[in-house]
Design a protein around this ligand. Structure first.
Ligand code: GDP
Length: 439
Protein backbone atom coordinates (compact mmCIF):
# COMPACT_ATOMS: atom_id res chain seq x y z
CA UNK A 1 0.00 0.00 0.00
CA UNK A 2 2.55 2.55 1.08
CA UNK A 3 5.25 0.82 -0.90
CA UNK A 4 7.46 3.74 -1.83
CA UNK A 5 7.61 5.40 1.54
CA UNK A 6 7.61 2.24 3.60
CA UNK A 7 10.54 0.78 1.67
CA UNK A 8 12.63 3.90 2.07
CA UNK A 9 11.69 4.32 5.72
CA UNK A 10 12.68 0.74 6.44
CA UNK A 11 15.97 1.28 4.69
CA UNK A 12 16.58 4.53 6.60
CA UNK A 13 15.92 2.76 9.87
CA UNK A 14 18.43 0.06 9.00
CA UNK A 15 21.15 2.68 8.47
CA UNK A 16 21.43 3.29 12.20
CA UNK A 17 23.32 0.43 13.78
CA UNK A 18 25.43 1.96 16.50
CA UNK A 19 24.89 4.18 19.47
CA UNK A 20 26.18 7.74 19.39
CA UNK A 21 27.02 7.50 15.74
CA UNK A 22 26.43 10.96 14.28
CA UNK A 23 27.47 9.82 10.84
CA UNK A 24 24.91 7.02 10.84
CA UNK A 25 22.21 9.45 11.92
CA UNK A 26 23.13 11.85 9.11
CA UNK A 27 22.92 8.99 6.61
CA UNK A 28 19.57 7.86 7.94
CA UNK A 29 18.22 11.42 7.81
CA UNK A 30 19.46 11.85 4.25
CA UNK A 31 17.68 8.63 3.30
CA UNK A 32 14.51 9.80 4.99
CA UNK A 33 14.67 13.13 3.19
CA UNK A 34 15.15 11.44 -0.16
CA UNK A 35 12.19 9.16 0.52
CA UNK A 36 9.89 12.00 1.47
CA UNK A 37 10.82 14.09 -1.54
CA UNK A 38 10.37 11.09 -3.81
CA UNK A 39 6.98 10.51 -2.24
CA UNK A 40 6.01 13.99 -3.40
CA UNK A 41 5.95 15.64 0.01
CA UNK A 42 6.43 19.40 -0.24
CA UNK A 43 10.05 20.42 0.42
CA UNK A 44 9.11 22.78 3.24
CA UNK A 45 7.28 19.98 5.03
CA UNK A 46 10.24 17.66 4.47
CA UNK A 47 12.63 20.13 6.03
CA UNK A 48 10.42 20.60 9.04
CA UNK A 49 10.10 16.85 9.48
CA UNK A 50 13.79 16.09 9.14
CA UNK A 51 14.82 18.88 11.51
CA UNK A 52 12.46 17.62 14.13
CA UNK A 53 13.49 13.98 13.83
CA UNK A 54 17.14 15.03 14.08
CA UNK A 55 16.58 17.21 17.11
CA UNK A 56 14.45 14.63 18.94
CA UNK A 57 16.88 11.79 18.21
CA UNK A 58 19.83 13.80 19.47
CA UNK A 59 17.93 14.84 22.56
CA UNK A 60 17.17 11.24 23.40
CA UNK A 61 20.66 9.99 22.51
CA UNK A 62 21.42 8.63 19.06
CA UNK A 63 20.24 5.07 18.60
CA UNK A 64 17.89 3.02 16.50
CA UNK A 65 15.02 3.09 19.00
CA UNK A 66 15.38 6.80 19.56
CA UNK A 67 15.39 7.46 15.82
CA UNK A 68 12.30 5.29 15.40
CA UNK A 69 10.49 7.03 18.24
CA UNK A 70 11.34 10.45 16.86
CA UNK A 71 10.07 9.44 13.44
CA UNK A 72 6.88 7.99 14.85
CA UNK A 73 6.13 11.08 16.95
CA UNK A 74 6.88 13.50 14.15
CA UNK A 75 4.77 11.67 11.57
CA UNK A 76 1.96 11.21 14.03
CA UNK A 77 1.97 14.88 14.93
CA UNK A 78 1.80 15.83 11.29
CA UNK A 79 -1.04 13.46 10.43
CA UNK A 80 -3.22 14.02 13.42
CA UNK A 81 -5.64 16.84 13.00
CA UNK A 82 -7.70 18.71 15.48
CA UNK A 83 -10.90 17.94 13.58
CA UNK A 84 -13.10 14.90 13.50
CA UNK A 85 -12.13 11.32 12.81
CA UNK A 86 -14.04 8.97 10.52
CA UNK A 87 -17.75 9.68 10.20
CA UNK A 88 -19.53 12.16 12.44
CA UNK A 89 -23.32 12.02 12.72
CA UNK A 90 -25.32 15.24 12.90
CA UNK A 91 -27.34 15.93 16.03
CA UNK A 92 -30.53 15.96 13.96
CA UNK A 93 -30.77 13.29 11.26
CA UNK A 94 -30.39 12.97 8.40
CA UNK A 95 -26.63 13.60 8.30
CA UNK A 96 -26.07 15.03 4.84
CA UNK A 97 -22.70 14.64 3.14
CA UNK A 98 -21.73 16.31 -0.11
CA UNK A 99 -19.26 14.11 -1.97
CA UNK A 100 -17.00 16.25 -4.15
CA UNK A 101 -13.92 15.67 -6.28
CA UNK A 102 -12.54 15.77 -9.78
CA UNK A 103 -13.74 13.38 -12.45
CA UNK A 104 -11.97 10.05 -12.19
CA UNK A 105 -10.84 10.66 -8.63
CA UNK A 106 -12.96 7.75 -7.42
CA UNK A 107 -15.78 9.89 -6.05
CA UNK A 108 -18.65 7.65 -7.17
CA UNK A 109 -16.92 4.46 -6.03
CA UNK A 110 -16.07 6.08 -2.70
CA UNK A 111 -19.69 7.14 -2.24
CA UNK A 112 -20.64 3.46 -2.57
CA UNK A 113 -17.90 2.43 -0.15
CA UNK A 114 -18.97 4.99 2.42
CA UNK A 115 -22.59 3.82 2.13
CA UNK A 116 -21.42 0.23 2.64
CA UNK A 117 -19.44 1.25 5.72
CA UNK A 118 -22.43 3.11 7.20
CA UNK A 119 -24.86 0.29 6.43
CA UNK A 120 -22.72 -2.66 7.49
CA UNK A 121 -20.70 -1.26 10.36
CA UNK A 122 -22.92 1.51 11.71
CA UNK A 123 -26.28 -0.11 10.83
CA UNK A 124 -27.62 3.11 9.32
CA UNK A 125 -30.33 3.69 6.73
CA UNK A 126 -28.57 5.41 3.84
CA UNK A 127 -29.86 7.25 0.76
CA UNK A 128 -27.52 8.02 -2.12
CA UNK A 129 -28.47 10.93 -4.36
CA UNK A 130 -27.39 10.90 -8.00
CA UNK A 131 -26.60 14.57 -8.54
CA UNK A 132 -23.69 14.09 -10.94
CA UNK A 133 -25.58 14.84 -14.12
CA UNK A 134 -22.46 15.86 -16.04
CA UNK A 135 -20.96 12.46 -16.57
CA UNK A 136 -23.46 10.34 -18.49
CA UNK A 137 -22.43 7.05 -16.94
CA UNK A 138 -22.39 8.30 -13.34
CA UNK A 139 -26.08 7.61 -12.66
CA UNK A 140 -25.90 4.15 -14.21
CA UNK A 141 -22.74 3.44 -12.16
CA UNK A 142 -24.61 4.41 -8.98
CA UNK A 143 -27.55 2.21 -9.99
CA UNK A 144 -25.23 -0.77 -10.19
CA UNK A 145 -23.41 0.05 -6.97
CA UNK A 146 -26.57 0.65 -4.92
CA UNK A 147 -28.12 -2.55 -6.24
CA UNK A 148 -25.00 -4.48 -5.28
CA UNK A 149 -24.78 -3.10 -1.75
CA UNK A 150 -28.51 -2.91 -1.08
CA UNK A 151 -28.76 0.85 -0.47
CA UNK A 152 -31.50 3.17 -1.81
CA UNK A 153 -30.79 5.56 -4.66
CA UNK A 154 -32.58 8.80 -5.47
CA UNK A 155 -32.43 9.68 -9.15
CA UNK A 156 -34.54 11.64 -11.60
CA UNK A 157 -33.94 11.11 -15.28
CA UNK A 158 -36.44 13.81 -16.21
CA UNK A 159 -34.20 16.70 -15.17
CA UNK A 160 -30.68 17.89 -15.87
CA UNK A 161 -30.78 20.28 -12.95
CA UNK A 162 -28.92 18.88 -9.94
CA UNK A 163 -30.49 21.46 -7.61
CA UNK A 164 -33.95 20.09 -8.39
CA UNK A 165 -32.74 16.55 -7.79
CA UNK A 166 -31.17 17.43 -4.47
CA UNK A 167 -34.17 19.43 -3.25
CA UNK A 168 -36.57 16.56 -3.98
CA UNK A 169 -34.15 14.01 -2.51
CA UNK A 170 -33.89 15.94 0.77
CA UNK A 171 -37.67 15.98 1.13
CA UNK A 172 -37.75 12.22 0.56
CA UNK A 173 -34.91 11.64 3.03
CA UNK A 174 -36.74 13.53 5.76
CA UNK A 175 -40.14 11.93 5.24
CA UNK A 176 -38.66 8.44 4.97
CA UNK A 177 -36.43 8.87 8.04
CA UNK A 178 -33.08 8.18 6.46
CA UNK A 179 -30.10 8.44 8.84
CA UNK A 180 -27.59 9.53 6.22
CA UNK A 181 -27.80 11.13 2.78
CA UNK A 182 -24.74 10.95 0.50
CA UNK A 183 -24.91 13.36 -2.45
CA UNK A 184 -22.73 12.41 -5.41
CA UNK A 185 -21.92 15.69 -7.14
CA UNK A 186 -20.55 16.49 -10.59
CA UNK A 187 -16.83 16.38 -11.26
CA UNK A 188 -14.71 17.83 -14.05
CA UNK A 189 -11.29 17.00 -15.34
CA UNK A 190 -10.01 20.20 -13.79
CA UNK A 191 -11.43 22.93 -11.63
CA UNK A 192 -13.44 25.50 -13.57
CA UNK A 193 -15.86 28.25 -12.67
CA UNK A 194 -18.92 26.45 -13.97
CA UNK A 195 -18.24 23.45 -11.75
CA UNK A 196 -17.69 25.58 -8.68
CA UNK A 197 -20.84 27.57 -9.30
CA UNK A 198 -22.87 24.36 -9.71
CA UNK A 199 -21.35 22.94 -6.54
CA UNK A 200 -22.22 26.07 -4.61
CA UNK A 201 -25.85 25.85 -5.75
CA UNK A 202 -26.05 22.16 -4.85
CA UNK A 203 -24.40 22.91 -1.50
CA UNK A 204 -26.94 25.61 -0.71
CA UNK A 205 -29.83 23.32 -1.63
CA UNK A 206 -28.52 20.31 0.30
CA UNK A 207 -27.33 22.26 3.37
CA UNK A 208 -24.81 19.51 4.09
CA UNK A 209 -23.63 18.59 7.55
CA UNK A 210 -20.18 18.15 6.03
CA UNK A 211 -18.47 18.36 2.66
CA UNK A 212 -16.04 15.57 1.79
CA UNK A 213 -13.41 15.90 -0.89
CA UNK A 214 -12.23 12.71 -2.57
CA UNK A 215 -8.55 13.00 -3.50
CA UNK A 216 -6.84 10.60 -5.87
CA UNK A 217 -3.61 9.62 -4.08
CA UNK A 218 -2.02 8.68 -7.38
CA UNK A 219 -1.93 12.33 -8.41
CA UNK A 220 0.45 13.43 -5.63
CA UNK A 221 0.91 17.18 -5.27
CA UNK A 222 -1.89 17.80 -7.79
CA UNK A 223 -4.33 16.24 -5.34
CA UNK A 224 -2.99 18.54 -2.63
CA UNK A 225 -3.38 21.63 -4.79
CA UNK A 226 -6.91 20.72 -5.92
CA UNK A 227 -7.96 20.03 -2.34
CA UNK A 228 -6.69 23.50 -1.46
CA UNK A 229 -8.84 25.09 -4.20
CA UNK A 230 -11.95 23.17 -3.15
CA UNK A 231 -11.32 24.26 0.42
CA UNK A 232 -11.03 27.91 -0.57
CA UNK A 233 -13.99 27.96 -2.96
CA UNK A 234 -16.65 25.75 -1.45
CA UNK A 235 -15.19 24.79 1.91
CA UNK A 236 -14.36 21.19 2.74
CA UNK A 237 -14.61 19.48 6.12
CA UNK A 238 -12.81 16.25 5.38
CA UNK A 239 -10.69 14.44 2.82
CA UNK A 240 -11.00 10.84 1.69
CA UNK A 241 -7.89 9.52 -0.02
CA UNK A 242 -8.77 7.09 -2.79
CA UNK A 243 -6.51 4.65 -4.63
CA UNK A 244 -4.08 4.32 -1.76
CA UNK A 245 -3.47 0.76 -2.88
CA UNK A 246 -1.89 1.77 -6.17
CA UNK A 247 1.76 2.73 -6.51
CA UNK A 248 0.63 5.78 -4.64
CA UNK A 249 3.20 8.07 -3.29
CA UNK A 250 2.26 7.85 0.37
CA UNK A 251 3.29 11.47 0.71
CA UNK A 252 -0.10 12.74 -0.38
CA UNK A 253 -1.43 12.02 3.11
CA UNK A 254 1.37 14.08 4.64
CA UNK A 255 0.81 16.82 2.04
CA UNK A 256 -2.92 17.15 2.68
CA UNK A 257 -2.44 17.09 6.43
CA UNK A 258 0.34 19.67 6.51
CA UNK A 259 -0.49 21.95 3.58
CA UNK A 260 -4.29 21.87 3.28
CA UNK A 261 -4.90 21.30 6.98
CA UNK A 262 -8.22 19.54 6.53
CA UNK A 263 -8.68 16.32 8.51
CA UNK A 264 -8.14 13.08 6.63
CA UNK A 265 -11.20 11.00 7.40
CA UNK A 266 -11.00 7.77 5.40
CA UNK A 267 -8.72 6.00 2.98
CA UNK A 268 -9.84 3.87 0.07
CA UNK A 269 -7.44 1.09 -0.80
CA UNK A 270 -8.98 -1.05 -3.51
CA UNK A 271 -11.79 -1.21 -6.00
CA UNK A 272 -14.13 -3.28 -3.84
CA UNK A 273 -16.91 -1.82 -1.74
CA UNK A 274 -15.25 -3.12 1.47
CA UNK A 275 -11.97 -1.34 0.75
CA UNK A 276 -12.52 1.74 2.89
CA UNK A 277 -11.03 2.38 6.32
CA UNK A 278 -11.24 5.13 8.88
CA UNK A 279 -8.06 7.20 8.75
CA UNK A 280 -6.30 6.77 12.08
CA UNK A 281 -2.87 8.46 12.36
CA UNK A 282 -1.40 5.76 14.62
CA UNK A 283 -2.24 3.01 12.22
CA UNK A 284 -1.05 4.89 9.19
CA UNK A 285 2.24 5.75 10.85
CA UNK A 286 2.74 2.10 11.78
CA UNK A 287 2.04 1.05 8.25
CA UNK A 288 4.27 3.75 6.83
CA UNK A 289 7.04 2.41 9.01
CA UNK A 290 6.38 -1.18 7.96
CA UNK A 291 5.01 -2.24 11.32
CA UNK A 292 1.61 -3.48 10.17
CA UNK A 293 -1.80 -2.86 11.62
CA UNK A 294 -3.17 -5.86 13.51
CA UNK A 295 -5.94 -3.86 15.11
CA UNK A 296 -7.29 -2.77 11.75
CA UNK A 297 -7.20 -6.31 10.47
CA UNK A 298 -9.08 -7.67 13.48
CA UNK A 299 -11.70 -4.96 13.11
CA UNK A 300 -12.17 -5.72 9.45
CA UNK A 301 -12.44 -9.44 10.10
CA UNK A 302 -14.90 -9.05 12.96
CA UNK A 303 -17.15 -6.89 10.82
CA UNK A 304 -17.77 -9.76 8.42
CA UNK A 305 -17.46 -12.76 10.69
CA UNK A 306 -20.46 -13.83 12.64
CA UNK A 307 -19.22 -14.96 16.07
CA UNK A 308 -21.68 -17.84 16.40
CA UNK A 309 -20.83 -19.05 12.97
CA UNK A 310 -17.11 -18.82 13.74
CA UNK A 311 -17.53 -20.97 16.86
CA UNK A 312 -19.49 -23.57 14.94
CA UNK A 313 -16.79 -23.60 12.32
CA UNK A 314 -14.00 -24.07 14.88
CA UNK A 315 -15.89 -27.03 16.33
CA UNK A 316 -16.24 -28.55 12.89
CA UNK A 317 -12.56 -28.09 12.15
CA UNK A 318 -11.65 -29.68 15.47
CA UNK A 319 -13.76 -32.70 14.67
CA UNK A 320 -12.37 -32.91 11.15
CA UNK A 321 -15.82 -32.20 9.73
CA UNK A 322 -14.99 -29.10 7.69
CA UNK A 323 -16.53 -29.77 4.30
CA UNK A 324 -17.09 -28.12 0.93
CA UNK A 325 -20.34 -26.51 2.10
CA UNK A 326 -18.39 -24.65 4.78
CA UNK A 327 -15.76 -23.83 2.22
CA UNK A 328 -18.27 -22.08 -0.03
CA UNK A 329 -19.64 -20.12 2.92
CA UNK A 330 -16.12 -19.05 3.92
CA UNK A 331 -15.33 -17.90 0.40
CA UNK A 332 -18.37 -15.64 0.48
CA UNK A 333 -17.31 -14.06 3.81
CA UNK A 334 -13.75 -13.62 2.59
CA UNK A 335 -14.99 -11.64 -0.36
CA UNK A 336 -16.50 -9.10 1.99
CA UNK A 337 -13.07 -8.46 3.50
CA UNK A 338 -11.91 -6.74 0.36
CA UNK A 339 -8.79 -7.19 -1.67
CA UNK A 340 -6.02 -9.49 -0.51
CA UNK A 341 -3.39 -6.84 -1.06
CA UNK A 342 -4.94 -4.32 1.28
CA UNK A 343 -5.22 -7.05 3.93
CA UNK A 344 -1.58 -8.08 3.61
CA UNK A 345 -0.42 -4.52 4.19
CA UNK A 346 -2.02 -4.70 7.62
CA UNK A 347 -0.03 -7.71 8.79
CA UNK A 348 3.30 -6.83 10.41
CA UNK A 349 6.19 -7.83 8.22
CA UNK A 350 3.87 -8.78 5.39
CA UNK A 351 4.04 -5.42 3.65
CA UNK A 352 6.55 -6.88 1.20
CA UNK A 353 4.27 -9.80 0.45
CA UNK A 354 1.58 -7.41 -0.63
CA UNK A 355 3.71 -6.50 -3.63
CA UNK A 356 3.79 -10.10 -4.72
CA UNK A 357 0.06 -10.26 -4.22
CA UNK A 358 -0.60 -7.11 -6.17
CA UNK A 359 -2.47 -9.01 -8.85
CA UNK A 360 -3.84 -11.71 -6.64
CA UNK A 361 -7.53 -11.17 -6.52
CA UNK A 362 -9.37 -13.65 -4.35
CA UNK A 363 -12.57 -13.28 -6.27
CA UNK A 364 -11.02 -13.58 -9.68
CA UNK A 365 -8.26 -16.09 -9.04
CA UNK A 366 -8.48 -18.72 -11.79
CA UNK A 367 -7.81 -21.59 -9.41
CA UNK A 368 -10.46 -20.48 -6.95
CA UNK A 369 -12.94 -19.85 -9.72
CA UNK A 370 -12.46 -23.44 -10.88
CA UNK A 371 -12.80 -24.80 -7.37
CA UNK A 372 -15.95 -22.78 -6.87
CA UNK A 373 -17.40 -23.99 -10.15
CA UNK A 374 -16.61 -27.55 -9.14
CA UNK A 375 -18.03 -27.26 -5.64
CA UNK A 376 -21.15 -25.49 -6.87
CA UNK A 377 -22.02 -28.38 -9.17
CA UNK A 378 -21.71 -30.92 -6.35
CA UNK A 379 -24.87 -31.91 -4.49
CA UNK A 380 -25.03 -30.79 -0.82
CA UNK A 381 -24.54 -34.42 0.21
CA UNK A 382 -21.43 -34.72 -1.95
CA UNK A 383 -20.06 -31.50 -0.49
CA UNK A 384 -20.47 -32.94 2.95
CA UNK A 385 -18.85 -36.20 1.98
CA UNK A 386 -16.80 -36.08 -1.24
CA UNK A 387 -16.10 -39.82 -0.89
CA UNK A 388 -19.55 -40.34 -2.39
CA UNK A 389 -18.17 -39.21 -5.76
CA UNK A 390 -17.58 -42.10 -8.12
CA UNK A 391 -15.64 -41.92 -11.36
CA UNK A 392 -18.56 -41.09 -13.61
CA UNK A 393 -19.72 -38.28 -11.27
CA UNK A 394 -16.18 -36.92 -11.16
CA UNK A 395 -16.07 -36.96 -14.95
CA UNK A 396 -19.37 -35.06 -15.15
CA UNK A 397 -18.19 -32.51 -12.59
CA UNK A 398 -14.87 -32.03 -14.39
CA UNK A 399 -16.69 -31.32 -17.64
CA UNK A 400 -19.02 -28.86 -15.95
CA UNK A 401 -16.16 -26.94 -14.35
CA UNK A 402 -14.04 -27.02 -17.52
CA UNK A 403 -11.19 -29.13 -16.16
CA UNK A 404 -9.73 -32.65 -16.33
CA UNK A 405 -10.76 -35.43 -14.02
CA UNK A 406 -7.17 -35.33 -12.76
CA UNK A 407 -7.74 -31.76 -11.57
CA UNK A 408 -10.86 -32.85 -9.75
CA UNK A 409 -8.93 -35.62 -7.98
CA UNK A 410 -6.15 -33.20 -7.10
CA UNK A 411 -8.53 -30.64 -5.63
CA UNK A 412 -10.41 -33.27 -3.61
CA UNK A 413 -7.13 -34.61 -2.25
CA UNK A 414 -5.80 -31.15 -1.40
CA UNK A 415 -8.99 -30.38 0.43
CA UNK A 416 -8.84 -33.61 2.42
CA UNK A 417 -5.25 -32.89 3.43
CA UNK A 418 -6.05 -29.31 4.37
CA UNK A 419 -8.94 -30.43 6.58
CA UNK A 420 -6.63 -32.97 8.24
CA UNK A 421 -3.95 -30.33 8.87
CA UNK A 422 -6.54 -27.93 10.25
CA UNK A 423 -7.82 -30.59 12.62
CA UNK A 424 -4.30 -31.38 13.77
CA UNK A 425 -3.47 -27.77 14.51
CA UNK A 426 -6.77 -26.86 16.10
CA UNK A 427 -6.16 -28.72 19.39
CA UNK A 428 -4.09 -27.28 22.25
CA UNK A 429 -1.10 -29.41 21.41
CA UNK A 430 -1.52 -28.49 17.78
CA UNK A 431 -1.28 -24.79 18.58
CA UNK A 432 1.93 -25.48 20.48
CA UNK A 433 3.29 -27.39 17.47
CA UNK A 434 2.36 -24.53 15.20
CA UNK A 435 4.00 -21.96 17.47
CA UNK A 436 7.14 -24.07 17.63
CA UNK A 437 7.16 -24.33 13.89
CA UNK A 438 6.76 -20.57 13.46
CA UNK A 439 9.49 -19.71 15.92
P1 GDP B 1 -15.43 9.46 -10.37
O1 GDP B 1 -15.37 9.95 -11.78
O2 GDP B 1 -14.66 10.36 -9.46
O3 GDP B 1 -16.80 9.19 -9.88
O4 GDP B 1 -14.57 8.10 -10.34
P2 GDP B 1 -15.01 6.58 -10.22
O5 GDP B 1 -15.65 6.32 -8.91
O6 GDP B 1 -15.75 6.19 -11.42
O7 GDP B 1 -13.58 5.89 -10.18
C1 GDP B 1 -12.65 5.95 -11.24
C2 GDP B 1 -11.86 4.65 -11.29
O8 GDP B 1 -11.06 4.52 -10.13
C3 GDP B 1 -12.72 3.42 -11.33
O9 GDP B 1 -12.17 2.49 -12.23
C4 GDP B 1 -12.66 2.87 -9.91
O10 GDP B 1 -12.83 1.48 -9.85
C5 GDP B 1 -11.27 3.27 -9.51
N1 GDP B 1 -11.10 3.41 -8.05
C6 GDP B 1 -11.82 4.17 -7.18
N2 GDP B 1 -11.34 4.07 -5.93
C7 GDP B 1 -10.30 3.21 -5.98
C8 GDP B 1 -9.37 2.70 -5.00
O11 GDP B 1 -9.39 3.01 -3.81
N3 GDP B 1 -8.42 1.84 -5.47
C9 GDP B 1 -8.34 1.47 -6.78
N4 GDP B 1 -7.37 0.63 -7.14
N5 GDP B 1 -9.18 1.95 -7.71
C10 GDP B 1 -10.15 2.79 -7.33
Amino acid sequence: MFDTLTDSFTSAIKKIRFHDDEKALKKALAELKKALLKADVHHKVVKELIDRVELDTKKAGIGKDQFLDAMRFTLHDLLKSEGHQGFVFAANPPTVILMTGLQGSGKTTTTGKLATYLKEQKKKKVLIVAADLQRMAAVEQLRQITEQIGVDLYEDEATKNPVEVVTAAMAKAKSNLYDVVLVDTAGRLAIDEELMSELKQVRDAAKPSEIFYVADSMTGQDAVRTAQSFKEQIGIDGVILSKYDGDAKGGVALGIASQVQVPLRFIGAGEKMADLEVFLPDRIVNRLMGLGDIEGLAEKASSVIDEKQAKKLTQKIKKGQFNFNDFLEQMESMKKLGSMKSLMGMIPGMGDMSKALKDFDLENSQELKQIKALVSSMTPKERENPDLLNNSRKQRLAKGAGMDQMDVNRILKQFKNAAKMAKKFSGKKGMQDLQNMMS
